[in-house]
Design a protein around this ligand. Sequence first.
Ligand code: NAD
Ligand code: UFG
Length: 340
Amino acid sequence: MKVLVTGGLGYIGSHTCVELSKKYSVVIADNLINSEIEVLDRINNIAHSKVIFEKIDLRNKKEVAFLFEKHGDITGIIHFAALKAVGESIEKPLLYYENNINSLLNILEQVQQLNSEINFIFSSSCTVYGVPLNLPITEEEPIKKAFSPYGETKQICENIISSSSKLNMNLKSISLRYFNPIGAHESAAIGELPLGKPQNLIPYITQSVAGVRGDLTIFGNDYNTPDGTCIRDYIHVVDLADAHIKALEYLSDKEFSTNEVFNIGTGKGTSVMEIINSFQDCTGKKINYKIGGRRKGDIDATFADNRKSLNTLSWSPRYSIEQALESAWNWEKNYREISE
Ligand code: NAD
Ligand code: UFG
């Protein structure tokens, strides 16, 4: 199988390409808006592979048509490419609608013109659930109004894929709703590379410990949780990568067109305070922190009911939270050339 991976040089895409290229031939399409070209060599070095790279802006219809003309023999697509900063999406909503929705539309337009079957995986997010009514969150949880234009693009894209699957008998599709991806490949050669000041907890912690950032601010300790800090479901990025491969295999075995959604999380919630303690325990590094006010839009707790993925995709997470945190720190050390 030849698989097109959009956004394959990004954080989750690069880890998925490493796993994918062990079994499949892989073509990455990325415009490098949030990634570095050197990641390509790193993927190929880790996996001893020859992943092909096409510098394509997926917003550009002509470039996308060229991509499909050149690689008309693809049978799988994993669509990671998107802008993902929640805060930025509130400041620049049009940029987010344009990038995230038009990229998908351009790809699906090409898929429609293919005469062959396509197994399509879309990167969605647990943000589509908004404030959940029930915990853990099942896939049956009602979709509520999104908090941000970013979240809204995920909801809209899921709907577009679902409508397209109903009409295109060659399209078999899955939206994977990721919870909180963290960690890095065991080689420490690829990992999360946020532009500027990290907005997410783990890269902020690793950069703070590396001395690149100041003390961590815990955004609120007055939430309705046992220790007052927010609870999330943190999933190792290599486990998440594996879920994409299992999802592709599941679709390949399906005889007819389908459109399904799956939660990808560990099923276990961990608070910000528990993350800090685990990180300190498993790395031996101290995190300096202070308690700040709540961050707008944060909710008390989210964690997945992942039984549908476990039972249907024959997938299960292998890494513990400690292994994920240790790998995140190893990546930071390697990237900053910190020796201990
Ligand atoms: P990332 O920014 O590291 O990777 C995205 C990649 O897509 C980048 O390499 C970027 O250059 C590329 N890209 C963006 N727009 C493009 C365009 N128009 N044309 C071509 N390439 C383009 O992000 P990530 O963390 O790897 O996330 C991957 C996907 O998973 C995204 O769709 C994101 O919304 C989703 N997701 C991420 C998280 C998370 O916490 N990281 C959580 C839930 C869902
Ligand atoms: N946090 C801090 N200090 C920081 C950063 C984060 O206390 O400096 C806290 C947050 O308040 C939250 C927890 O750490 O309680 C996790 O925050 P992240 O920003 O790492 O993760 P979120 O759950 O807020 O958001 C993530 C992705 C979003 C996605 C969402 C749901 O970043 O893109 O999951 O999928 F929309």
